[in-house]
Design a protein around this ligand. Structure first.
Ligand SMILES: Cc1ncc(COP(=O)(O)O)c(C=O)c1O
Length: 366
């Protein structure tokens, strides 16, 4: 058996690189899930998540044991029961996943389909909300399959005016771009540990607003039941054996976010994204979304004519030890997905990647 021994530059759609500080936290001495030294970290994480989500003091925050998809499922499982009417805005692969999970939990789902590579037009959402009554609206803030940022504040206002609950997937936005759960009026939101926050994957931050808590259903999942999870996170009652190393890593990653300052971190992601866009333009490459709709954390770059997308990604991995991602669904073979997120969002990484990408494209065309 051999474990990886070299560090690889992770510039795909996630996971992002883990900082030395977080790596060190992972190897702190083991504690059990109810150890006094472990449970104080749960309090610390709840408080820090509330600040990072910019959520109200009356909201409930915690991290689900699982990846971003477990956060999605936890939000849905606690807010959906058969008969609930949901409108899901589908502008890419992850909007489709959200619609699918809502359907599995018994919601009657209408899909508002948008173009892959464009943000949804809020006027279309208003039309849909006026035409029919919904209990829930689902929206992906940062659509990782297309590199597009959806206009959450505008849509949140509409959803509130129509008295529905807004569920937001912030898997690729938390810690990387502006997200204001309370001020924007988001009711339930989920994310992951492994992207903007810079911890390894395995924990999924979630937040439920007071409005969402008031409309909670009787949860059919034992593992994801918010009441049982709060029994553990708040009242120290055994529910499941949470991973101590992942808790250490998330606590340290959140401390790192706050040491940098959340707004400074957003600004760094923006700056690095803009540097990246200029640098790839120098290689003759273009991004899929129009400038005003682009994510700062995840860039979808069109594969140029004549280039072999798989060969380019293989060359980057084998020659330069850099990982980038492939297109998903209808964008397979059409785009590279390049993540500059968490501690990976640096101008040095942009230079290293763009130089290597130029070489790999030349090899692929030769
Ligand atoms: C927008 C979005 N939602 C949900 C997920 C699912 O997260 P995970 O793969 O951590 O389960 C991802 C994963 O990349 C994502 O980008």
């Amino acid at each position: 058996m051999s474990l990886p021994s070299t560090s690889r530059l992770l510039l795909g759609p996630g996971p992002s690189p883990v900082s030395p500080r977080v790596l060190e936290a992972l190897s702190a001495p083991q504690r059990s899930h109810l150890d006094p030294e472990l449970v104080v970290l749960l309090d610390d994480i709840r408080a820090r998540l509330q600040r990072v989500f910019r959520a109200s003091p009356d909201s409930e925050t915690l991290a689900i044991s699982g990846t971003g998809s477990s956060g999605l499922e936890a939000v849905v499982a606690n807010l959906t029961e058969p008969g609930r009417r949901a409108l899901v805005i589908v502008t890419g692969y992850f909007g489709d996943r959200l619609a699918g999970v809502l359907t599995r939990y018994g919601a009657t789902v209408d899909r508002l389909e948008g173009e892959w590579g464009r943000a949804i037009d809020p006027a279309r959402v208003e039309q849909a909300l006026t035409a029919k009554t919904y209990d829930l609206v689902g929206l992906v803030h940062a659509e990782t399959s297309t590199g597009v940022c959806n206009p959450v504040p505008e849509i949140a206002r509409l959803v509130r005016a129509h008295d529905a609950l807004l569920i937001v997937d912030a898997v690729t936005s938390l810690g990387a771009l502006p997200l204001e759960v309370e001020a924007w009026g988001i009711d339930a939101c989920f994310s992951c540990s492994q992207k903007g926050l810079g911890a390894p994957s395995g924990l999924a931050p979630v937040v439920f607003s007071p409005r969402a808590l008031a409309r909670k259903v009787s949860c059919r999942s034992f593992y994801l039941d918010l009441d049982l999870l709060l029994d553990y996170w708040v009242r120290r009652k055994y529910h499941h054996t949470i991973s101590a190393p992942l808790i250490y890593a998330l606590a340290e990653a959140l401390a790192e976010v706050e040491d940098e300052g959340l707004e400074a971190r957003w600004a760094r992601h923006r700056r690095v994204h803009e540097t990246f866009v200029d640098a790839v333009a120098g290689l003759g490459l273009a991004l899929l979304p129009p400038p005003a709709e682009r994510l700062w954390s995840l860039n979808t770059v069109r594969v140029p004519a004549g280039a072999d997308d798989a060969a380019v990604r293989r060359t980057l991995l084998e020659q330069d030890n850099i990982e980038i991602g492939a297109g998903l669904g209808p964008l397979a073979g059409q785009v590279f997905r390049i993540g500059l997120m968490g501690t990976g969002a640096t101008t040095e990484n942009v230079s290293r990647l763009v130089e290597a990408l130029g070489r790999a494209l030349n090899v692929s065309r030769a």
